[in-house]
Design a protein around this ligand. Structure first.
Ligand code: ATP
Ligand code: MG
Length: 407
């Protein structure tokens, strides 16, 4: 991508209506544009980060044999009435809208009901099970507070995965596989050291559900961990009764704040029962399908990474999620010419700053945008057949032979 040709512009100052660090930095660096509180557009750089996150998640889920779909945001009230979740008393964050011919629709805040309802058309026998289905889809939630940038949106991108089984043991096995996949996902996006599987309430099947919490000063959740962080509990389950179950002592725990980047539930029959998702077993008996569901907040994840790695100069993307690996600057006539040549054929990994700007301004943007490696080619470096490569994370600079670049 050539910076001379893009419409995006970086901003020197933080926007006045943005109090969250992630929102301010991502806006200044040209990754997102705010439509209104809790509603954001993803610009070319921001979309590349989202796509990278999606691809890492997709890769790990496809390895488990999960199938990708894309379901509608518009929802039929009737389906949700079967579980009682269309009621504003039950679910207080609905966006609802009217059909022109009369009748009310909702904008999906999640997809358990339509997913289960859809599967009634495809599941009849034990031979159809097990399987698992996921999507990357925009959810709509009329959140009371939306002041955390992309950490809490009224429209946000979620990965939601649902699994369908004939038996409890099969659900258990799959659940464990998802746990392993989630550990790899958070590792690959650069949050392996700071993200913990925590015990949370709301388990239908077992007593607990699990959340994935990234320790973060601005995280909205309170978590408690023991000395080696081998046991992390959410606030709502941090009680004497639960601690006793784990053989743990309240005094050994430290309180901290976290951002929930994902969660996993053994749903058992919670949705398959009321919506009538059944199968016929080997003995020709009707049984209810066992289910699990597994979420990751993809746009929140981007915000968490932005917050976590930022420094006073701007964003700092881990290589695996960065929109581009290199930020290329040519200085002087020969440097510019050589940079042009090197850019050709590597357009997908190089953000080429070919703008007619002072070098200082280019360097400031390279830092603000958080591209992992800044590559500078000047008459001076060319004299040594090299380019000067600076790592964004450490600030370390080294000379790299031109033929070793971009391979
Ligand atoms: P929270 O407690 O933060 O409101 P939740 O329990 O409502 O989250 P789920 O309904 O389980 O979340 O959604 C799955 C994932 O989607 C969450 O783990 C989180 O990462 C993300 N998520 C939930 N609400 C939002 C939101 N308003 N904006 C961005 N991401 C969200
Ligand atoms: Mg919520």
């Amino acid at each position: 991508m050539r910076l001379s040709q893009t419409f995006i512009k970086t901003l020197r100052e933080a926007p006045k209506d943005e109090t969250a660090k992630n929102g301010a930095l991502l806006t200044r660096a040209g990754y997102i544009h705010k439509e209104m509180a809790g509603v954001y557009d993803y610009l070319p750089l921001g979309l590349r980060v989202i796509n990278n996150l999606e691809n890492i998640i997709r890769d790990e889920l496809n390895k488990l044999g999960c199938e990708e779909v894309l379901m509608s945001a518009l929802q039929n009230a009737e389906i949700w009435e079967k579980t009682g979740r269309f009621s504003d008393q039950e679910v207080d964050i609905w966006f609802k809208t009217e059909l022109s011919g009369g009748g009310i629709l909702g904008l999906a805040p999640t997809h358990e009901e339509p997913m289960v309802n859809m599967m009634r058309k495809y599941v009849t026998s034990y031979k159809d099970l097990p399987f698992s289905v996921y999507q990357f889809q925009n959810k709509f939630r009329n959140e009371l507070r939306a002041k955390s940038g992309i950490l809490r949106g009224r429209e946000f991108l979620m990965k939601d995965l649902y699994s369908f089984h004939t038996q409890e043991e099969d659900l258990d096995k799959f659940y464990t596989k998802v746990e392993e996949a989630y550990a790899r996902i958070f590792e690959r996006v650069g949050l392996g050291d700071s993200t913990y599987k925590t015990f949370a309430s709301g388990g239908i099947f077992s007593k607990f559900s699990h959340e994935y919490q990234t320790l973060l000063p601005v995280g909205e959740d309170t978590v408690y961990y023991n000395a080696d962080k081998s046991l992390v509990l959410n606030k709502e389950v941090f009680e004497d009764e639960v601690l006793k179950e784990f053989g743990a002592d309240r005094a050994d725990f430290t309180e901290d704040t976290g951002a929930e980047v994902g969660n996993i539930f053994k749903l058992k029959f919670k949705y398959s029962e009321p919506l009538g998702l059944k199968f016929v077993d080997e003995d020709n008996k009707q049984q209810t399908v066992y289910m699990g569901c597994y979420g990751i907040g993809v746009s929140r994840l981007m915000g968490v990474i932005a917050e976590k790695y930022a420094d006073e100069k701007g964003l700092v993307w881990p290589e695996m999620v960065a929109p581009f690996k290199y930020y290329l600057v040519g200085i002087g006539e020969a440097g510019l010419k050589r940079a042009e040549e090197l850019y050709t054929g590597h357009e997908d990994e190089i953000l080429f700053d070919d703008r007619d700007l002072r070098v200082g301004e280019k360097f400031a943007d390279a830092e603000l945008m958080g591209i992992p490696y800044r590559v500078v080619i000047s008459d001076k470096t060319l004299g040594a057949g090299s380019a000067e490569v600076t790592e964004r994370l450490t600030g370390e600079t080294s000379l790299v032979k031109i033929e070793k670049l971009f391979n």
